[in-house]
Design a protein around this ligand. Structure first.
Ligand SMILES: [Zn+2]
Length: 350
């Protein structure tokens, strides 16, 4: 099994996160990536740096005007307001426009060319600031996912992408929830172009809203998400069972929300339901969006899952027998994500 990671992905170092009306330290620490890389080495997996694919594979699932924004916002922030002297340390929004676009449809580019309104337009919440090295980390994180997809296209049975920053809350033209570019969607689009039908199973604690919205109108990609029930948990506005897709994609999205406080039994039952839908869809490959913020002691968890559940998810994916790309998503208890990944890999390899 090949694994992909670029040390550039640890350069992104957000310092601020607005929570309950207060700026607090950001939980997406660079040490998350280093801990996961250590776990791969302890599992005996060779970790390769992904090739530099440029922006092309990102443009398969994101608006070019949005990627232009992400790529240029930091130097523009520096140039704004007396060379940056009156600006904060990171690019953050101070407004959030109501987009008013139905699921599956696309927004027009931001009508303003100025940085402040563009920041409100493209950064969907206050958990995704942009610092001096953010774009390089974002780009290389996506490249890790694309490289893992290419390994499977080349004939590997499975590959792992150590993606950080995470991706599943990134929409076609909007960052949110610590996510900027949707890494698992980049891998999925790559696989779909090669194999045809691809399923995405997202087992992070949060609804994979960005992935859902990107593929919402497509019938060649089945998106399935198990997650903590969202009426009082991020991303709040999506993740409900009645969201089943639109147009040609009607019936190709499945949300399996879990009651807060659910443990291994409920979580694994939802995973089984998701895999049943995957089998019925009969894809040629699968992408697993793997988060560890379901863990019982994670600082933002509302579920009670432990390492045995991750081992069981690995076993279930092995039993499924499809070409597999694993893309890392969340997990914020740094001491737990390494053992979580190890348990998953043990289950996967039997
Ligand atoms: Zn999450």
């Amino acid at each position: 099994m090949q694994a992909f990671y670029s040390p550039d992905q640890a350069l992104h170092h957000p310092s601020q996160f607005m929570r309950l009306g207060k700026l607090v330290p950001a939980p997406d620490l660079p040490s998350r990536a280093e801990t996961l890389a250590d776990a791969l080495q302890q599992a005996g997996l060779a970790v390769s740096e992904p090739p530099d694919f440029g922006r092309a594979p990102l443009e398969a699932v994101h608006a070019p005007h949005y990627l232009d924004y992400l790529q240029t916002a930091w130097p523009r922030w520096q140039a704004m307001l007396d060379g940056g002297a009156n600006a904060g340390p990171e690019v953050m929004a101070n407004l959030s426009p109501y987009a008013g676009v139905p699921a599956g449809q696309r927004r027009a580019p931001c009508p303003s060319s100025a940085l402040v309104p563009q920041t409100g337009y493209y950064l969907g919440d206050l958990s995704c600031p942009l610092g001096p090295d953010s774009w390089q980390s974002i780009l290389r994180s996506a490249h890790s996912a694309v490289a893992a997809a290419d390994a499977v296209i080349a004939g590997e049975r499975m590959a792992y992408a150590l993606c950080r920053p995470s991706g599943h809350h990134a929409h076609w033209d909007r960052a949110s929830g610590f996510c900027y570019v949707n890494n698992n969607a980049c891998a999925t689009a790559r696989l779909a172009a090669h194999f045809g039908r691809v399923a995405v199973l997202d087992v992070d604690a949060h609804h994979g809203d960005g992935t859902q919205s990107i593929f919402y109108a497509r019938d060649d990609v089945l998106t399935v998400s198990t997650h903590a029930e969202t009426s009082s948990y991020f991303p709040f506005y999506t993740g409900y069972a009645q969201e089943r897709g639109a147009g040609a994609g009607e019936g190709y999205n499945l949300n399996l929300p879990l009651a807060h406080g659910s443990g291994n039994a409920e979580f694994l039952a939802a995973v089984d339901s998701g895999l049943e839908a995957v089998r019925a869809f009969a894809p040629q490959s699968i992408v697993l969006a793997l988060g560890f913020d379901t863990f019982k002691d994670d600082p933002i968890s509302v579920l009670k899952v432990d390492f045995e559940a991750y081992r069981a998810v690995g076993q279930k994916l092995r039993a499924l027998g499809l070409p597999l790309v694993v893309v890392q998503e969340g997990g914020y208890l740094v001491e737990a994500i390494g053992p979580g990944l190890q348990a998953f890999l043990e289950g996967l390899h039997g």
